[in-house]
Design a protein around this ligand. Structure first.
Ligand code: DGL
Length: 288
């Protein structure tokens, strides 16, 4: 259940957007396009990415700690711009934060609506694909659609190092996507927010044979509905200046800055932030 927005949450407060790393920038891009008046604080937990190889408790622990940190920064709503974190922890975190949350999930529903061949591929992290939330999503929406699930091992790591088009990356992607084409898939669900940045690389393999499903625009619309429900939209409209996006990273932020500049045209410095949590304190004390 969602708590009501706290008294301090005002329409001019920023929206918090969080991902394990750089992938949530694809959601930030859609939010900026759809809600240009909104201020944004973005957190990339790049120090601990990828989450797709972490255990469930680690992911819930990080998602809650970063959500609490964003609340302390004055965020009025939180977008968990990570399919993996949403799949594992959104209910747990929603029950503990005093602001409304919006999560993301692979676009199985639009795939079922659009596929003509009735075969669709879903590329997502292993954690997302094995989650009960994803299984329920497929059961709810797939109907007669054959869903081919493929873990995208190595893809998050590639985007995190700003590799979106190297020959090695294209070869890795081909290994994931070609079997889907061979099985007759005409639709590919990008079930991880890092993957829209691989759009051109995927297109170079599949050409026009597949429709790529990216849910970031739908997420921005859902955020708009949630803000309206809670009376959290500013009365004025107009594009926010680039200064109204605050970029934060738990790592050194070089790649976050580079990707935000290259793909979103946001030239903002990246703040390195410390967001300790139970599990990272354990990791650090083990390493000491
Ligand atoms: N962008 C995250 C997602 O949507 C990547 C998860 C990871 O770090 O493995 O799932």
């Amino acid at each position: 259940m969602n708590h009501p927005a706290p008294d301090c949450a005002t329409p001019v407060a920023p929206i918090g957007i969080f991902d394990s790393g750089l992938g949530g920038l694809s959601v930030l891009r859609a939010v900026r396009a759809h809600l240009p008046e909104q201020r944004i604080v973005y957190v990339a937990d790049s120090r601990y990415a990828p989450y797709g190889q972490r255990d469930d408790d680690f992911i819930a622990d990080r998602t809650l700690a970063i959500g609490e940190w964003l609340v302390a920064q004055g965020a009025k709503a939180l977008v968990v711009a990570c399919n993996t974190a949403t799949a594992q922890s959104i209910e747990f975190v929603r029950a503990r934060l005093p602001i409304p949350l919006v999560g993301v999930e692979p676009g199985v529903k639009p795939a079922a609506q659009q596929s003509k061949s009735r075969v669709a591929g879903v590329l997502a992290t292993q954690v997302t694909l094995r989650s009960a939330r994803f299984q329920a999503l497929v059961e709810r929406h797939a109907d007669d659609l054959r869903v081919l699930c493929q873990p995208g091992h190595g893809l998050v790591e590639a985007v995190e190092r700003c590799d979106i088009d190297s020959p090695a990356l294209v070869a890795l992607l081909r290994g994931y996507v070609q079997p889907m084409l061979d099985a007759g898939a005409d639709t590919l669900v990008l079930g991880c927010t890092h993957y829209p940045f691989l759009d051109a690389a995927i297109r170079s393999i599949v050409g026009e044979r597949m429709t790529l499903i990216d849910t970031s625009v739908a997420i921005a619309r859902q955020l708009e509905r949630v803000l309206d429900q809670h009376g959290l939209r500013p009365a004025t409209t107009g594009r926010a200046a680039a200064a109204d996006v605050r970029l934060c990273s738990t790592s050194d932020g070089t790649h976050l800055r580079a990707l935000a500049a290259a793909l979103l045209d946001i030239d903002a410095p990246v703040e390195r932030v410390q967001i300790p949590s139970r599990r990272t304190r354990e990791l650090e004390s083990d390493a000491a």
